[in-house]
Ligand binder design. Structure first.
Ligand code: ZN
Length: 174
């Protein structure tokens, strides 16, 4: 670990986040995974659990941020890096700012909800009192691939009532 440069370390921890995304997949959730590191050690993990918990806020990042705060005994996640397989949404970008996370690395870009550069960039807005360093596109193909495979399978099965970011249920469009 010590002899890895930043680039290699980002790839290493993104693979750990991908394992969390696979965990989400195993329980039928949209596969997004997150880990938070401090001093090159994983201190918290989270995977999307929106369906299991029936909680719209149960995104991978939120669960990992809460776990990291519990681990540190502090709401300020100083000296941490958050790795997530999908570009954070507005809620998670907000939580990242509130937790004062110094650095964020994400995998795939999210054209539907990404607020770290795609739709807007909340993490780069100088009007907020905290601006994390940001890097996107790490293992982008793998991180995006697990999501597209998930949605492809959902469509192939033609199941109803299954969450799809691509096709919101009638009445919930927009
Ligand atoms: Zn989110």
């Amino acid at each position: 670990m010590l002899n890895l440069d930043v680039e290699e370390r980002d790839v290493y921890f993104m693979r750990v986040a991908l394992r969390e995304a696979e965990r989400a997949l195993e329980i039928g959730e949209v596969p997004v995974g997150c880990v938070i590191t401090r001093k090159n050690q994983v201190i918290a993990r989270g995977c999307n659990r929106r369906e299991a918990l029936q909680d719209p806020t149960a995104h991978a990042e939120i669960l990992a941020i809460t776990a990291a705060a519990n681990h540190l005994g502090s709401w300020r996640l100083e000296e941490t890096t958050l790795y997530v397989t999908l570009e954070p949404c507005p809620m998670c970008a907000g939580a990242i700012i509130l937790a004062r996370i110094p650095r964020v690395v994400f995998g795939a870009f999210d054209p539907k909800a990404g607020c770290c550069g795609t739709l807007m960039n909340l993490l780069a807005d100088s009007r907020f009192n905290h601006r994390p360093d940001l890097r996107g596109g790490v293992l982008e193909a793998e991180c995006g691939g697990i999501l597209s495979a998930f949605f492809r399978e959902i469509r192939a099965r033609g199941r109803e009532g299954v969450p799809s970011e691509d096709q919101p249920p009638p009445g919930e469009a927009g």
